[in-house]
Design a protein around this ligand. Sequence first.
Ligand code: HEM
Length: 479
Amino acid sequence: MDALFSYLLLLVTLIASLFLVFRAKNPDAGSPKKLPPGTIGWPVVGESIKFSMLGPEKYISGRMNKCSPDVFRTSLLGEEMAVFCGPAGNKFFFSNDSKLLTSWLPLSIKKALVFPTFVENSPKDIIAKHNFMQEMLRPEALRNYIPIMDSMARKHIEAEWSPRKEIKVFPSSKKYTFDLACRLFLKIEDPEDIKRLSDPFGLVISGMFSVPFNFPGTAYNRAIKGGKMIRDELLSLIRQRKNQLSENKDFVTKDMLSQMLLAMDEENDKLLLNEMEISNNIIGLLVASYDTTSTALTMVLNFLAQLPHIYQEVLKEQMEIAKSKGPGELLTWEDIEKMKYSWNVLRESMRLTPSALGSFRETTTDFTYAVLPFLRGGRLAFWTVHTTHKNPKYFPEPEKFDPSRFDGSGPAPYTFAPFGGGPRMCPGKEYARLEILVFLHNVVTKFEMEKAIPNEKIVFRGSPTPVHGAPVRLHPHEK
Ligand code: HEM
């Protein structure tokens, strides 16, 4: 009898503990509060497997059809979250940053990227002094970078494209993007110096979204090690540059590292950023710009190789610019401003295959949205491009590549958002536009491209990825 009683007590305790753990992980469970419609799938795994099997586009549109076109509940990255949908959801998301919502990143990603002392901070405080970042990346500040982008694009194409009959666009775009970032963010040009950053950076990028098991041999463990190697390398670079700046007051370079080292907090009459904050910011810039920009560049070139009628229009625009220049003369801001059709082509490419999925926020206060209560510190909010970019209501014949959608005032507000919106909109939007248009100019004025694998599959691996690297056959223009 005693044994039976002990057994029952143990069973009840176990069930009660499981219930408490479940309630702690799911504070809304069992409460009469109204929740957004949706499913949270299996414990821990949530809906992540379905999400990766279907891909974000199909998963999101499926859930919007099944659950709600306004806001639905899911569980991804081990976190329960509400997905805000449609232009109204985007507007709410973009307009309430800092008021009701604040940026959020999974702890596992922060552990790979930043110094341990910053891991508990919100991304808002890690990417220190967001206004400074916006200031540094504003269009006027980037004007001087255009000739550098152009000369690097020329060198890259001369070395990597011209000697070949066929090239894989994806790895080539990645190399160009990383080399350019090293030059413009850090003034690093030596291939050995670049390699000391690109090797560990590769480990971080390929492991930071993997299952966060930090054991020797796992991709996540390699990402953690890669992150530390980058931070060590950056700290030594920052100190070296600091010395150069203090020993020689005239030593000023126009890269972002020097700007960060010299930036002053005028109110308190001290330097704006310390060494670790500078390192966080540089890593933030590298991570935020690398996959996004190289993917957007790959996708637009991929469309040009597939759609000869679009390519011909882009060629016409770019050749007019090329003919207006003297031999060897580099592109300028005024030339970029003439690339209106090409910019529409790039935007249409980003509508169809956006390189960034969206972003996450944490609730900072209680509020109501779509007659549903949201609680402070409650579930996360997720906004994604996939709730509007292919909705026929806002983009008729959504699968058709039609750059004229961007003529005049363009798409309806809050429907096209590859860079986000509101106060935390991507500060690198203009940098990405310049980098991509400059490279596109150099490719189109030299080659016609033909897809080597016409129906190459594009899968989602953190961003859209052509499975064979987007190989194209190159047909140089006759001189
Ligand atoms: C086609 C290329 C790019 C796309 C599609 C893209 C897209 C985005 C998106 C969607 C966000 C999130 C905005 C939000 O949280 O609401 C973001 C944030 C950010 N992006 Fe970009 N981005 C691109 C290129 C770049 C480049 C080239 C840089 C730097 C030079 C950059 C720097 C950043 C930074 C620092 C943030 C974080 C801003 C913050 O939270 O304060 N991005 N980007």
